[in-house]
Write a protein that binds this ligand. Structure first.
Ligand code: NDP
Length: 332
């Protein structure tokens, strides 16, 4: 039998955490033959709720779950973890702007970075979910210098999956037939969902989405808008933000990273920019990536038209601004 993998979930008593921990314990993140030990962190006001989640995990009698650490102590939470899913963060409440919560998130991610730096297992893989996800990941990288930049990522897989689902609805094909959409840039309203390289598997082979849709205008307008606004539509409908789809996307992100992407398929991940596609090096930017043997690499050589170029630059601009705002919070 395999040794258990230790998976940290911060903000574990929150909405996404509550949806995510049973998925991890069922093997959806790391596979049906991989035992796990869950480390759940939350803050003092959520300590009682966290105890309740731990009781439910016990009651669910998951065969793969070999242990649960539920704590409000960040050092205890980070000890020996192989995978860290950072969901905890200060929420952007109604009437607030991202910049209002930036100082709080900078200080949270600074503290979490130091704890991971000192106590996580070597080669720990980190996924930041809490917003502003890309910029929280940069702060984490800054304050955990011994964690390789290859191991610090942020979640844009939900946007990627939303883009796949919109194409599947538009073309009336099953979602599993659609692949290779791209989400470029920031996990925010400036993200650029791009289906120009996407394909659909049909009875007569692979077809380009662009040809099947036969309408660049739709790809440039409605498609982009629906993907960007999907989160708001869910809040309107549920009176709560998306949680099950975010949790599922976090599992997809880690599973593909650790176990690989299928041949001929890429996924979107927020990763350290090496300057690919003209994106400023050092930003955490969402790119198309393939994964093999636990390492992601950015898909190279895709042709970028003028329309896409402008969108990719605009979202990079926003990330540069967010980064400088975050660094200015550090000096306060
Ligand atoms: P959720 O579980 O709904 O969301 C957690 C974070 O994920 C938020 O930052 C949210 O951003 C972000 N997120 C990223 N992508 C998505 C997406 N597609 N859909 C929805 N959310 C997304 O929040 P809860 O308030 O239920 O839970 C947060 C937990 O964090 C609580 O248990 C709380 O106690 C804890 N917490 C920890 C802190 C700390 O560690 N110091 C500080 C504050 C809270 P957005 O805000 O934009 O929705």
């Amino acid at each position: 039998a395999k040794d258990p993998v230790r998976v940290l979930v911060t903000g574990a008593a929150g909405q996404i955490g509550y949806a995510l921990v049973p998925m991890i314990a069922r093997g959806i993140m790391l596979g049906p033959d991989q035992p796990v030990i869950l480390h759940m962190l939350d803050i003092d006001p959520a300590a009682e709720a966290l105890k309740g989640v731990k009781m439910e995990l016990t009651d669910a009698a998951f065969p793969l779950l070999k242990g649960v650490v539920a704590t409000t102590d960040v050092v205890e939470a980070c000890k020996g973890v192989n995978i860290a899913v950072m969901v905890g963060g200060f929420p952007c409440k109604e009437g607030m702007q991202r910049k209002d919560v930036m100082p709080r998130n900078v200080s949270i991610y600074k503290a979490h970075a130091s704890a991971l730096e000192q106590h996580a297992a070597p080669n720990c893989k980190v996924l930041v979910v809490a917003n502003p996800a890309n910029t929280n990941a940069i702060i984490l990288k800054e304050f955990a210098p011994s964690i390789s930049e290859k191991n610090i990522t942020c979640l844009t897989r939900l946007d990627h999956n939303r883009a796949l689902s919109q194409i599947s609805e538009r073309l009336n094909v099953h979602i599993s037939a659609v692949k290779n959409v791209i989400v470029w840039g920031n996990h925010s309203s400036t993200q650029y969902p791009d289906a120009k390289h996407a394909t659909v598997t049909t009875n007569s082979g692979e077809k380009s989405v662009r040809e099947l849709v036969a309408d660049d205008h739709w790809l440039h307008t409605e498609f982009v808008a629906i993907v960007q606004q999907r989160g708001d539509d869910i809040i309107k409908a549920r009176k709560l933000s998306s949680a099950l789809s975010a949790a599922s996307a976090a599992c997809d992100h880690i599973r593909n990273w650790v176990l690989g992407t299928p041949k001929g398929t890429w996924v979107s991940m927020g990763v350290h920019s090496d300057g690919s596609y003209g994106v400023q090096p050092g930003l955490i930017y969402s790119f198309p990536v393939t994964c093999q043997k636990g390492e992601w690499s950015i898909v190279q050589g895709l042709k970028i038209d003028e329309y896409s170029r402008a969108k990719m630059d605009a979202t990079a601009e926003e990330l540069i601004e967010e980064k400088s705002l975050a660094y200015s919070c550090l000096n306060e």
